[in-house]
Design a protein around this ligand. Structure first.
Ligand code: NAP
Length: 456
């Protein structure tokens, strides 16, 4: 896809960027490789300084960074500012903790000798990233790898080229040498070719199942380690003893944050019969109060989707669900206005033979299921190809913990939707991918855990 900024609020093309030529990519890989040879030898203090500076630039220029996000993919401006803050926090987190995370680990071999594992760099990490959190997705791979001594080359989503360039400039302005972080306006074919370059030592993807399986396949053929952060269809389980006010408020946020375009959004509401009518009525009321409009306007609570094609696809998926027996108790179609908008929608009566049953709705469309009891809730939650996040609402924390333990996903949050902070490991199982980003787990993914053994 061509790299271009199209404002999804009005579908106007703002700016187009040329895709790199093969020769330009070759030169950038040479530059990254040359940089790696120096960067891997830098000490933690040098790396830390770059991270800290990047965090402070982001905070100083929050409005500027946030505006680009809203312009390119339509995120509500206050949420875009929140993303800039979170990105800065992640830079700070790894600046403060990477040295401790990567410290040598002493071993006690049974032969009585001395041994330890040190955490070394591996080389260039190629990253493929999505548009839904245009900076947060990048910092997850940049801060971890740069602190380890790796360098990164990043193919960002083609609809957020200005955010991609702004992030590269941020790191240069923060003092990173040229080649430490490289933005690539590359085609998917060029990415496939690049994976085979022997200097690329790892591949990290965040995106759809489809992109993940293609890139993971290429990485596998070249024997490159990969991490995959893919889609999800998180269950939001409400048990009969839940605090209803809290569950409804979090349900609204969990589905509508980022206009529903979160991998860990609450996508399947699974509510125990005893509380189902009340919950549905209240969630519907909350959805009905959302105000559609310009995402730059702070009074807007339902912005456009990231692109016209995203809105078209979501509307088609919703129509397909309805054609096969689902009922839209609110919304269900696109509104009669320009821009990439979709109505806030709740679908009920989704049976297992409905083609959307196992699909991810990436936007403001909630699937609602009523179940007789806790056991049925767990079964339905696990009846999914995905296994990213999920949540359980109950005032009995021990009960909620027992339910959480039985859900086959990488993350379960009790009494709130799945979310992210720098110090919580993030990732999934099943078709949601493998590997972890953030926290200590995230920084170890592309570190060489090298054993040193001492005979005497
Ligand atoms: P997408 O279409 O897979 O795009 C993600 C990235 O992959 C983009 O940079 C895209 O480039 C690139 N890409 C697509 N096909 C490729 C291929 N064959 N080879 C190389 N690169 C390829 O996903 P999306 O629709 O933008 O993002 C939404 C998806 O990401 C959802 O499924 C969501 O759940 C998931 N997601 C997961 C996480 C997580 O941490 N688990 C976080 C956020 C989002 P172009 O833009 O040029 O097509």
């Amino acid at each position: 896809m061509a790299y271009q900024t199209i404002n999804p609020f009005n579908n106007e093309t703002v700016k187009t960027f040329p895709t790199l030529t093969d020769d330009e990519i070759k030169n950038l890989v040479n530059q990254a490789d040359a940089c790696y040879k120096q960067w891997r030898k830098t000490d933690f203090a040098t790396r830390r300084k770059v991270m800290k500076k990047a965090a402070s630039i982001l905070r100083d220029k929050k409005a500027e960074f946030a505006r680009l996000v809203t312009l390119e993919m339509g995120k509500l401006i206050a949420e875009a500012e929140g993303e800039v803050d979170l990105t800065a926090d992640i830079f700070d987190y790894y600046a403060d903790n990477a040295e401790q995370f990567l410290a040598p680990e002493k071993l006690t071999p049974s032969d009585g000798r001395k041994a330890y594992v040190e955490h070394d760099s591996v080389g260039i990490i190629l990253c493929v990233e999505p548009w839904n959190f245009p900076y947060y997705q990048l910092v997850r791979v940049a801060a971890t790898n740069l602190m380890t001594g790796n360098v990164v080359m990043v193919k960002h989503a083609s609809i957020v080229p200005q955010c991609a360039a702004a992030f590269e400039k941020l790191l240069l302005d923060a003092g990173a040498p040229k080649g430490a972080y490289t933005n690539l306006y590359a085609s998917t074919d060029q990415v496939s070719k690049l994976i085979t370059d022997r200097r690329i030592r790892g591949v990290a993807v965040t995106g759809s199942e489809k992109a993940g399986s293609v890139v993971a396949g290429k990485a596998g053929e070249s024997l490159k380690k990969s991490t995959m952060e893919l889609g999800g269809s998180d269950a939001f389980i409400v048990l009969e003893d839940a605090d209803l006010d809290k569950a409804v408020q979090w349900g609204l946020w969990g589905r509508m944050n980022n206009t529903g375009q979160c991998c860990v959004a609450a996508k399947r509401f699974i509510v125990v019969e005893a509380i189902a009518d009340k919950f549905l009525e209240r969630l519907k009321e909350c959805f009905s109060k959302l105000t559609m409009g310009d995402p730059m306007d702070r009074s807007t609570t339902l912005g456009p989707l990231s692109s016209e094609s995203a809105a078209k696809d979501l509307a088609a998926q919703t129509a397909e669900a309805i054609k096969h027996g689902a009922k839209a108790v609110i919304g269900g179609k696109r509104p009669d206005r320009p821009g990439a908008f979709m109505e806030a929608t709740i679908l009920t009566n989704i049976t297992k033979d409905n083609p959307v049953f196992y699909k991810e709705f990436f936007g403001p469309v909630a699937m609602f299921f009523r179940v007789p009891d806790e056991k049925a809730a767990i079964e339905l939650a696990n009846d999914s190809e995905f296994g990213l996040g999920g949540s359980v609402f109950s005032q009995d924390i021990e009960r909620a913990k027992r339910v959480a333990s039985q859900i086959d996903t990488g993350m379960v949050f009790i009494n709130r939707p799945t979310w992210t902070t720098p110090d919580l490991p993030f990732g999934g199982v099943k078709h949601s991918g493998y590997g972890r980003e953030l926290a200590k787990d995230g920084i170890l993914e592309f570190a060489n855990r090298k054993l040193i053994y001492i005979e005497n």
